[in-house]
Design a protein around this ligand. Structure first.
Ligand code: FRU
Length: 481
């Protein structure tokens, strides 16, 4: 018996068949990124490496590309590059999660995977501000293998959360520190400030409320979703997805934004003390609700939901008409080096490189690089010298440019209504682009900034064109999986 609830299962197969036929032959299906087999995908959940196998679960609505009742989809991998689509792992079938098995995390303890997720229940009434209309229960679930659920029970019921909060308390992230387990939860306080709550436990089943781990001020928006936390040798890192941040000239430009503080935890008071400003993890159009995990080699790896995106009303994702929507970013390795969070694409993806081109060029006005495979490629530009400016044209009408101060990512018609994202970078020396059929991820200066975006070109013959005034070394590969 699959983990999918029976009533849903009955109607699901027919719809899936239809969606699959719409999807077949869609040239915008990604090749080395994870996406929904059919329907809708949002947040990464329960990311873990267990007995060598990587598991990526995710928010998933298999029968509707525009979202709806969320399940946990499931993909596995032995090498973080080739993934296998698994059966739906978790579906809303209990009274405490009947309106969606929301986001959560996983950790291993004594050879068992322990998952924590939010069971969403919408009763009649107000779903946002009171304690009557919505329930968000915290559920503990176990599995011996990552495929079959052995146990499931509510460990913090919605009525047991502390006073002073709206119905929005969710997205448990659990970690262990010196024999104690901690759970952090994102929350919206009654005064419409975002907060992260912290609980402790000795046995993963009984949880004790410890207080507020991180408190947002007015500037930080009204709700913190998807909190995450890890330690590095240099600093502790807290990641979350605040809702309601005001856009500034160059930052927080999407519907919602995700970012981090570097700082340290005061373990006596169980509170996080930020020592940096709040920084966005990604400055492109498509990034939200990331989750990290430590793999068996000790790397801290992050996946983000490459979706949500632009605030402009005219933007719509053209894959919806083809039966699916959204994807994950490439997995990135996170490190903190000299007070700076760095994000780099996982080394494993270098195995996809084919047909290397290496050249040094002096651009004055215009230079074209033949691009045999405009669908999927990687480009590393080292800026040896910059005159007034440099622009790089790719994917038919997407333009990356730098003028010594501002880096810009601008879309044309294939961006479907998206305009421009900008980052102030004082000394840009390296632009690293990873392009899949309908996505571009750009890493600046070896991971100081990242910009992720979806793009929908027609895939006609295409070149990479450079304009402006600069001296460059260029490395380029086709990427083939
Ligand atoms: C973030 C989020 C989470 C929630 C999930 C529901 O995108 O809103 O807070 O658990 O999505 O799908």
């Amino acid at each position: 018996m699959s983990n999918l609830n029976e009533a849903y299962w009955e109607t699901f197969e027919a719809k899936r068949k239809k969606l699959k036929s719409e999807i077949a032959n869609d040239p915008w299906r990604l090749t080395f990124h994870q996406m929904p087999e059919t329907g809708w995908l949002n947040d990464p959940n329960g990311a873990i490496q267990f007995n060598g196998t990587y598991h990526l679960y995710h928010q998933y609505v298999p029968d509707n590309p525009e979202g709806g009742l969320v399940h946990w989809g499931h993909k596995t991998s032995a090498d973080m590059v080739n993934f296998h689509e698994e059966e739906i792992f978790l579906s809303p079938e209990e009274t405490y999660d009947r309106d969606g098995v929301y986001s959560g995390s996983a950790l291993e303890n004594n050879g068992i995977i322990h998952y924590f997720y939010t069971g969403n229940v919408k009763n009649d009434g107000d779903h946002d501000y009171t304690f009557s209309g919505r329930e968000q229960n915290t559920i503990h679930m176990t599995s011996k293998d990552g495929f079959t659920i052995d146990s499931k029970r509510v460990v913090i019921a919605h009525e047991d959360y502390p006073e002073g909060f709206t119905d929005h308390i969710r997205d448990p992230k659990v970690f262990e520190k010196e024999g104690t387990f901690y759970m952090i939860l994102g929350a919206r306080a009654l005064n419409h400030r975002g907060k992260i709550l912290i609980y402790s436990s000795k046995d993963l089943d009984h949880w004790h409320y410890e207080g507020v781990f991180l408190e947002g001020d007015k500037e930080m928006g009204y709700m913190f979703e998807c909190p995450d936390f890890f330690e590095t040798e240099e600093r502790d890192v807290v990641i979350f997805s605040p809702q309601g941040l005001k856009a500034t000239k160059h930052a927080y430009s999407n519907v919602h934004n995700a970012g981090y503080y570097l700082g340290h935890v005061d373990w006596d008071n169980l509170s996080f003390i930020p020592e940096s400003s709040f920084k966005e993890l990604d400055r492109g159009f498509d990034f939200y609700a990331p989750q990290t995990f430590e793999d068996e080699s000790g790397r801290r790896i992050l996946w983000g939901w490459m979706g949500l995106g632009d605030i402009s009303p005219e933007y719509s994702n053209p894959t919806v008409a083809r039966g699916w929507q959204h994807a994950m970013t490439l997995p990135r390795e996170l490190t903190v080096e000299n007070g700076q969070l760095k994000q780099r694409p996982l080394k494993e993806y270098e195995s996809l490189r084919k047909n290397e081109v290496k050249t040094a060029v002096k651009v004055s006005e215009s230079y074209e690089l033949e691009n045999q495979n405009p669908r999927t490629f990687e480009l590393i530009l080292t800026l040896e010298q910059l005159g007034e400016s440099l622009s790089v044209h790719m994917k038919e009408d997407t333009v990356l440019s730098y003028d010594g101060q501002i880096f810009s990512l601008a879309h044309g018609p294939s961006g479907f209504g998206r305009s421009e994202r900008t980052v102030e970078v004082e000394d840009l020396t390296r632009i690293h682009v990873i392009a899949d059929t309908s996505s571009i991820e750009i890493f600046l200066n070896d991971g100081d900034y990242v910009l992720s975006t979806r793009v929908y070109p027609k895939h006609e013959k295409d070149t990479i064109r450079f304009e402006g005034d600069a001296e460059l070394s260029i490395e380029k590969w086709d990427l083939e999986i």
